[in-house]
Design a protein around this ligand. Sequence first.
Ligand SMILES: Nc1ncnc2c1ncn2[C@@H]1O[C@H](COP(=O)(O)OP(=O)(O)OP(=O)(O)O)[C@@H](O)[C@H]1O
Length: 327
Amino acid sequence: MIHARGLARTFRKKKQEVHAVVGVDLDVEAGEIVGFLGPNGAGKTTTLRMLTTLLEPTAGTATVAGCDLITDPVGVRRRIGYVSQSGSTAPEARAGEEVVDHARLYGMSTAEATERGKQLFRELDLDGLWERQPKTMSGGQRRRLDIAVGLIHIPELVFLDEPTTGLDPQARANLWQHISSLREQRGTTVFLTTHYLDEADALCDRILVIDHGAIVAEGTPDQLKSQVGGDVLTVTAADSAQMAGIARLMGMLPGAEAPQLVEDRVIGRVPHGGAALVELVRGLDREGLAVSGIESRRPSLDDVFLGLTGRSLRDAGAAEPAAEVAV
Ligand SMILES: Nc1ncnc2c1ncn2[C@@H]1O[C@H](COP(=O)(O)OP(=O)(O)OP(=O)(O)O)[C@@H](O)[C@H]1O
């Protein structure tokens, strides 16, 4: 459904060049839900804008929904849906009108667009909101309306740019269900960017991680997690001046890899979390290092992310603690 090779984009700002995307190869098969993860500025939106024909690549080739991105951008546009971060509905318009107007741009008759729009409203839990103005809707309702607009022309492939940013946990979970049922009921292929690791874990069949404009890892959530061996120890320092001392102790545990400092936490990996935790607590006590929390747990996607990019996308919902002691 998407096959890209060497896709790249350089921006020129005054005399400086910004290499936003430096050569992305990716393949997405029909019916997959694929998550595109990366820290701020990694190149997610630039890649998405190239794949949706909104931005011309400086190098590379791609076919999207069976059409060549460079020689047949109109064919690509006809076959895809795109829901941007900011959405596309006018706050003062009527919801139903917005959907029908969008469908008319794709050559649908008003009758056909109305029928299809009302069906989408039912599927997306927007029943009864046809006459409402988006500005009077909740964040979750507005996001689902954006998705209805992106789907009105029955695309086989839909791109969602951070679909749940700004929604409360319940509205996010609700939207995940809607996105999953799109695939179940219609076989729609979904390519989405997200900052939420629990979202990628719960929703996506496969994850692509981008950093500094290039793909640095890909796999199912489980495959990525299994690349991080052992258990993860996290110590939250009570006094940031003592973090180096805590890291030194953690680094001396049997089989430990070099710990990383993230905000007020020291994070390290060890082969056996339970035994290491006991030894670490003894050491902290002996050296008078004060901590406000300490835990050992199975690796989460955040740990995968930290290992790959050196940065944390910190997401409390991403992992279940395997062992925890209060100190
Ligand atoms: N129009 C532009 N002109 C110059 N530089 C740009 C432009 N658009 C993006 N960039 C730069 O390209 C890099 C990648 O940006 P991009 O928006 O693709 O990242 P992102 O992964 O989507 O980030 P975020 O998660 O913050 O949305 C950044 O360094 C950004 O500043």
